[in-house]
Design a protein around this ligand. Sequence first.
Ligand SMILES: COc1ccc(-c2nc3ccccc3n2[C@H](C(=O)Nc2c(C)cccc2C)C2CCCCC2)c(OC)c1
Length: 233
Amino acid sequence: KEKVEITKEQQALMRVIVEAYNRHQIPQDVAKKLLQEQYSAEENFLLLTEMATSQVQVLVEFTKNIPGFLSLDHEDQIALLKGSAVEAMFLRSAQVFSRKMPNGHIEVLEERIRKSGISEEFMTPMFNFYRSIGELHMVQEEQALLTAITILTPDRPYVKDQQAVERLQEQMLDVLRKLCTLQHPQEPQYFARLLGRLTELRTLNHYHAEMLTSWRMNDHKFTPLLCEIWDVQ
Ligand SMILES: COc1ccc(-c2nc3ccccc3n2[C@H](C(=O)Nc2c(C)cccc2C)C2CCCCC2)c(OC)c1
């Protein structure tokens, strides 16, 4: 059985990614707000657009710290951010939803999200994804690397130099694979399960525009940044 070893460079890369991931947390914790009180569909929609807007800004800052990202073609950098923003938002939400919470809190949070204004048909795929992320009990290194791997997806629309993106993504995948082997020695298929979540994440992409336009209220207002990132308005 070959000895899996994370090299010095890979340790440095992981440290940079994890520090960036932790530094760029969302300012106000939406879960706390939601646990405090029940908001109307309009208030929830506003909260969602505020959260999503600040999440995109956080994502840009995080991405700038991915070694090699800033040396990619500038238009490809935009294409990667635009292509991964929704997935990063759902990944972040899944991680918030999977946080250790006092008994009864997760049920309240789930109820508040179910009643937030989002239409019924999207609950199942969204909560299935949240539950499947929760079951993995990811450590923060895995969460940070998974977010970086999501951003560095070579086959996003309009990416010109896919090979350059592939090279960066492969570096992250190699570190993640070794980390999974070291963190979960009893579960050889853990790394494959993690990557399977990225496939599930892509399916949420198809729903997100409709999730927003079908929000139970009239006159959905979006910030200009969200119009760019979400296929709405
Ligand atoms: C497109 O439709 C939805 C519907 C619900 C969620 C959602 N799942 C959550 C799981 C845990 C905690 C909060 C959760 N949210 C919203 C939220 O803020 N997501 C969030 C964002 C947007 C950025 C950064 C970080 C987060 C958590 C709450 C917004 C206000 C109404 C209730 C959902 C969602 O998130 C991507 C998208």
